[in-house]
Design a protein around this ligand. Structure first.
Ligand code: SF4
Length: 210
């Protein structure tokens, strides 16, 4: 298949349990919960997206016709040795494009593969770190993984229900919106009331990384 990549860059993971880790970010184009066009936002299944994922015109983005070609691109951007190689695959929705052939090609270059998914599609086997971020009103089928990252607050999501799912880490992250201060308060409140949850902050925004 041809892979459509919005952008790809070396940075530090800013969120979640692997926060602070050197990683290549691979952002696939396209999402199944929103077209990415502002005129469609009001009717989209996911309405609070702050990510540009349309097209292939971002930094080191483009179309890649084979898994080997894309894995080599990631390896070039890593620009380092074989130790602790990490690629964070996100989107958009990465499960629309991440297939077993690409998993194998990245593993063949010693990368650990982390994904950040909305969970509405099953995760491809072989992924090393699955982070699911559920969106209210959607049917989440991927109910197991390494970390569950709840962007908060969201009407229509009940944390007690999510706690029945099979994850190792439970993170609540304030929604980055015009009412950020209120979101931070709500996230702190949730973590204080339900000890299973830990507060996660978008540290890359604090320190000015992409
Ligand atoms: S699921 Fe993720 S990428 Fe898709 S619209 Fe929502 S926040 Fe954006």
């Amino acid at each position: 298949m041809t892979y459509a990549v919005k952008e790809c860059f070396l940075t530090l993971q800013g969120e979640g349990m692997q926060s602070g880790s050197r990683a290549v970010f691979l952002r696939f184009a396209g999402c199944n919960l929103w077209s990415g066009r502002e005129e469609d936002r009001a009717t989209a299944q996911c309405r609070f997206c702050d990510t540009e994922f349309v097209g292939t015109d971002g930094k080191a983005g483009g179309k890649f016709s084979t898994p080997e070609e894309l894995a080599s691109h990631v390896e070039r951007l890593w620009d380092g040795g074989e130790e602790r190689r990490l690629v964070v695959i996100t989107g958009g929705e990465p499960m629309l494009q991440l297939d077993s052939a690409l998993v194998d090609a990245l593993h063949g270059r010693s990368f650990r593969i982390a994904v950040e998914t909305n969970g509405t599609l099953p995760a491809t086997p072989g992924i090393d770190w699955i982070c699911v971020s559920p969106k209210a009103g959607t049917n989440v089928v991927q109910r197991s993984g390494d970390e569950l990252k709840l962007v908060w607050p969201q009407d229509g999501i009940e944390p007690a229900e999510l706690e029945q799912w099979d994850f190792d880490h439970w993170l609540v992250q304030p929604m980055d919106c015009d009412e950020l201060a209120d979101s931070i308060d709500a996230a702190i409140r949730l973590a204080m009331e339900r000890p299973k949850w830990r507060l996660s902050l978008q540290t890359h925004k604090v320190v000015g990384l992409a």
